[in-house]
Ligand binder design. Sequence first.
Ligand SMILES: Cc1cc2nc3c(=O)[nH]c(=O)nc-3n(C[C@H](O)[C@H](O)[C@H](O)COP(=O)(O)O)c2cc1C
Length: 339
Amino acid sequence: MTKKLFEPYKLKNITLKNRIVMAPMCMYSSHNEDGKVENWHKTHYTSRAVGGVGLIIQEATSVTPQGRISPQDLGIWSDDHIEGLTELVSLIKEQGAMTGIQLAHAGRKAVLEGEILAPSAIPFNDKMKTPKEMSLGDIKETVQAFKDGAIRAKKAGFDVIEIHAAHGYLINEFLSPLSNKRSDEYGGSAENRYRFLKEIIGETKTVWDGPLLVRVSAKDYQNDGLDLEDYIEISKWMKAQGVDLIDVSSGAVVPAQIPVYPGYQVKLAEGIKHGADIPTGAVGLITTGIQAEEILQNERADLILLARELLRDPYWPRTAAIELQTELESPEQYSRAWN
Ligand SMILES: Cc1cc2nc3c(=O)[nH]c(=O)nc-3n(C[C@H](O)[C@H](O)[C@H](O)COP(=O)(O)O)c2cc1C
């Protein structure tokens, strides 16, 4: 039987050479605190491209300076960022991987000097800053910042854009009733809490015609929070807006305990895939080729995202191929050692 993990995957107008995706992971390595690409990023991402990953999604990259999680985050809030990102994209592509970027805003989870923003003036926990409740003007500016980020991502040559709507960052804060207590058209009903993301998707699509992914936290792990059924509805709305794939994570909008075990979020990816009839990516403690292949063969998700395992093993595609007893083409330079 052919191994699905190594079959090409058509994502809108591009084709990934396999189903292996590097999940976005903040490197906090913009040491000059200007959001720019540094040598670390070039080495780190190209290593995984050499290792055979089909799509590399660059870490959460902030669309505004105060949307960074930390001062060392990568940024895309200025045209000055385009040059470094263009070089990074071209280096990754040279090694045969497709490139994606995760556009992000940290909202109330920003650990920065100065004012931080959120839908409501409620801190994440008692150790973090109380954010400012966003005015309608702040909301409009932030939607525009995502759109501008998409324009710059396109100029830099990325193949895929992923909007970060997970892990308790700004967009997730609007979606969840636990963090959104607004009484205007951006709060209250599910449709109202979706409005901010709806506008970001809508504006992004006016400037970006490539594959558009959205990462969600499909479960809040708290009473009165959102759960899979809510995200199936939200995913139907995203599908209607032309989103191509939902990258399904969970948690972190409030400090709730998450029960983790191998593949703990796969059932959420499966639920959204079948419930909303939209392709999904599965992520979270997927570490072996057999695990990945089971998810794909049983049509529980369409893509496999790996984070920490790819930090431990940049050549994970080769590791998985050996485990699944299938061949994986080596980089020419490594052919004496690969199979
Ligand atoms: C160092 C590190 C940085 C991360 N940064 C991001 C990020 O920028 N954006 C995001 O959506 N998730 C981020 N995550 C979460 C991962 O993408 C992934 O969802 C999570 O680690 C679970 O997958 P894993 O078990 O394969 O590591 C990060 C995880 C790690 C370990």
